[in-house]
Design a protein around this ligand. Structure first.
Ligand SMILES: Cc1cc2nc3c(=O)[nH]c(=O)nc-3n(C[C@H](O)[C@H](O)[C@H](O)COP(=O)(O)O)c2cc1C
Length: 167
């Protein structure tokens, strides 16, 4: 019997919402946990790893986790970000994550926008070099929305089916 784990890192709760939707969408045996509390991946056949983009990068704790994913482990990556969906930044973060976990067998990736705290936007808007980014990221305020969460659920089902050869 296969078992899936949804491991996530979150600071302001957006990635947790997506992680919960993925968990909900998964059929069969499953678990959900903050990534920092995961000690071993041995019990799991499929591992979803989720994270936010911070300062154009993957948080250090997530990087360390990805580097330790065992060879051949089936994984799927998901992220949330203030940048526009499909933007270069959102794609590059997932590509970077897949390189860090290059020993693993990557089954799929998913990302959506996540609300950026007003206090962060305000600070960035005050700095000319970040103003354009902050203005763009302000439009993420409604995300993750119900449609994002529906898509995350569909993603979970598709990855799970792919992992068990039922695609
Ligand atoms: C300190 C900080 C830095 C951020 N830097 C970026 C960034 O470089 N690019 C981006 O697209 N979003 C950035 N964001 C937005 C977050 O990626 C987005 O809000 C995400 O959904 C947060 O996830 P969380 O609620 O799970 O922590 C930043 C947010 C914070 C708080």
């Amino acid at each position: 019997m296969s078992k899936a784990l949804v491991a996530y890192y979150t600071q302001t709760g957006n990635t947790l919402k997506v992680a919960e939707a993925i968990y909900e969408g998964l059929p069969g045996e499953k678990a959900i946990s903050p990534l920092v509390e995961v000690e071993s991946l041995d019990a799991y056949d499929l591992v979803f790893v989720g994270f936010p983009i911070h300062n154009h990068n993957i948080p250090k704790k997530v990087q360390d986790f990805l580097k330790k994913v065992p060879r051949g482990k089936k994984i799927a990556l998901f992220s949330t970000h203030g940048a526009l969906t499909g933007s270069q930044l959102s794609r590059e973060a997932l590509e970077h994550a897949s390189v860090l976990a290059s020993e693993a067998q990557l089954l799929g990736t998913f990302s959506c926008r996540g609300r950026v705290p007003y206090s962060v936007l305000e600070k960035l808007e005050a700095r000319p070099e970040h103003r354009a980014w902050a203005e763009m990221a302000a439009s993420a305020r409604m995300h993750p929305c119900s449609m994002d969460l529906e898509e995350a659920k569909a993603f979970a089902k598709w990855v799970q089916a792919k992992g068990t050869g039922k695609k």
